[in-house]
Ligand binder design. Sequence first.
Ligand SMILES: Cc1cc2nc3c(=O)[nH]c(=O)nc-3n(C[C@H](O)[C@H](O)[C@H](O)COP(=O)(O)OP(=O)(O)OC[C@H]3O[C@@H](n4cnc5c(N)ncnc54)[C@H](O)[C@@H]3O)c2cc1C
Length: 261
Amino acid sequence: MSTFPHSATARARESIRHEGARRRHLTVLERTGLTDTLVRFTFGGDLDGFASLGPADHVKAFFPGPDGFVARDYTPAEFRPIGASSGPELDIDVVVHGDAGPATAWASRAGRGDALEIAGPRGSRLAPSGFGNVLLIADPSGMPALRRWIRAFAGVTPVHAVLFGSDAGLVGYLDDVEALTATPQPALTGEFDLLDVVRSQDVTADTFVFAAGEAGALIPVRRWLKQEAGIPKENLSLHGYWKQGVEGLDHHAPLDPADPD
Ligand SMILES: Cc1cc2nc3c(=O)[nH]c(=O)nc-3n(C[C@H](O)[C@H](O)[C@H](O)COP(=O)(O)OP(=O)(O)OC[C@H]3O[C@@H](n4cnc5c(N)ncnc54)[C@H](O)[C@@H]3O)c2cc1C
């Protein structure tokens, strides 16, 4: 028997399939530094029919690697059917984390006129409704999704955000959405325990949680939310977007191998 005030139906997340997960040839129109680690690439080109309706949607982007092209996942930060260039524009915000990795190597050098192929999103899952509040947790790689979640819940459900990772400028990334419902809780690497910060948040069984970032850091958070805070797994959407020391992490693998459920 449900112990929660809202029905499962009210909270169901609608899924929408998109036609045409074909490869699209894009060109960088503009490169903009956003924070210490995040760089925005504004793309133009073959964006006819592009759709991204879910806050945690992702595209596959294809980067040159040592043995050919390799795919990495990125969040469509913002799509404008008609942008300043008078054509469709797609923003993708990329963490530049050095040279070790095809995506970061490309992003550290790319600029106006450079090409990139993407495919997807193949589908979108819309934000759920009916929750009492929302907790969002992200490191720089999860910030584009977090920003989209804030917008999806704006004016509907109170949102709190915990930002982690070694980028002191992350709060500024939310400048244009902060006024809506977010209360960023900056927490910088090295001097904090992510779990302690999450434990200090006001979470109840009526909270929806989205988290995205380094997989190892999120495992204790998931265990606490599930086992100690008593949040049902249906209310948890926690994703390892990358993992320390792992190339091209498969994000479909369970975040916590000891608790794949
Ligand atoms: C659904 C989804 C959406 C995502 N959206 C975004 C997004 O919008 N923006 C974004 O920047 N990333 C995003 N990511 C994360 C991105 O796909 C990974 O960080 C990816 O591994 C980067 O590829 P790479 O070629 O640079 O490094 P890889 O070849 O995968 O890894 C090389 C080395 O770099 C390390 N590494 C990988 N990523 C990071 C990082 N972020 N910080 C520090 N070290 C890292 C690895 O541990 C490894 O040691 C998303 C991931 C998923 C699953």
